[in-house]
Design a protein around this ligand. Sequence first.
Ligand code: HEC
Ligand code: HEC
Length: 437
Amino acid sequence: MRLASWSFALLAFGASGCSVDETLVDEFFTPVEWEKVQTLSPLPDVPEDTTNRYADDPRAAALGQRLFFEKGYSGPLKLGAPETKGGLGTKGQSGRVACASCHHGTWLIDHRSHPNNASLGTDWIPRNANTVINAAFYDPWIENDGVSDSLWADALVDPELDIAMNGTRLQVAHVLWDKYRDEYDAIFDTALDPSLDAKDENHYRFPAKGKPGEDAWKEMTEPDRQIVNVIYANFGKALGAYLRLLVSRDAPFDRYVEGDHDAIGESARRGLRLFVGKAGCVACHAGPHFSDDAFHVNGLAPVGPNINPKETGREAAVRALLENPFNSSGPYSDDRSTGRLDDLSVSPELRGAWRTKGLRSVAETGPYMHTGQLQTLRDVVAFYNEGGHEAGFVGAKSDKVKPLNLTEQEIDDIVAFLETLTGAPVPVALREDTSAK
Ligand code: HEC
Ligand code: HEC
């Protein structure tokens, strides 16, 4: 194949009489197809996030990394399970779960929970843990249902979610005071309140645990609740700054688009052509992070252990997002004018829709879909080849998902293409447990 393209290049050279075009169009692609291919690479800088003033502050990111590995703010396990089954301890034990419990290893996914489709924290989360690598490219909807409209606000979900970390914002505030006070005070405008100290005479102002809905929280004064909310938002902003550094680029596919003809094989090139053509994948997996940042019903009937087949995805998420005080137009946002929430309302076509997943490094981050029910990339492509499942999913299937009539070879080709999307791993230093011991 190399020879054929070489002669193609020579032909082009001969015909135009000038040097070979820097962009590569080999015999697989028509100019129209190649134009589509070029919309998928290279991966740009992460989009800015004006709602987080500390988004690009390296000190905030360093604190965020420490907090990513910190277990101290997690609450009691609701479900005990032995380590061999992925458990984190016995029922009732506290301080056992960190973000890194579900986002670990080279690709920051969950290799621990067994069976491995859904993730076990303080209890089962009915979803498969996404990689947090390249999550900063989702703009702006974070999570499979887009329940958050910024990374920093997303980092505030799991610490208080009973089935994830089962902690509270007051615990977060105390852990920051006890272990990370100097760093926190150096980064953020308002220093931590000294009454967070257990030895302070006004310590009663900030109970050890509590979040909205709980008695301890209700009994606090409104100004003290505000103090804790600001601390909690800053905690999220530090984690958000860290998550923005978790970027993987320079996949063989990128080198190919750049002009390195041999960076991907022949089967992968055929798969790429199907991806942007006959198989229609690019209709949703668009742009350099391979997601249109939109929500679709792709016709997956949810099955598997610890899954909730009735989840409505985007519909429930929009409701939660509009009510979330930590959303981009709320009082803790550093830029309330982004318009992210304009035109957002709960509507029937959102029922059962999920965010298009990005596909970079997808060969490393199985199992697949929000339910983790498809084990291999071949399973995924076979699923799309059938036009999705016939029934058993919530909502109305997108008309972009229909039977594709791919041959076995074509299915293999698309898989081979997806395997060329694996970029360089994030630096080891960013995956080190730097939490305070
Ligand atoms: C018990 C396991 C668990 C823990 C602990 C956990 N996560 Fe996750 N994480 C998940 C799962 C499952 C998903 C997918 C959730 C969904 O579909 O809504 C996810 C998704 C995410 C995403 C979204 C990525 C994307 O594709 O949009 C981010 C960001 C994230 N987690 C960050 C964190 C941070 C920060 C913490 C700690 C404060 C944390 N996670 C703790 C399991 C966990
Ligand atoms: C109608 C829009 C749409 C089309 C067309 C589409 N996808 Fe998807 N894709 C999605 C959505 C939405 C998800 C996430 C579904 C979920 O989490 O349940 C997804 C998930 C995936 C995943 C799983 C990624 C992961 O990390 O779990 C892969 C792989 C994938 N698609 C590949 C493809 C391929 C290959 C094609 C073409 C044959 C294709 N998709 C066509 C919308 C689409």
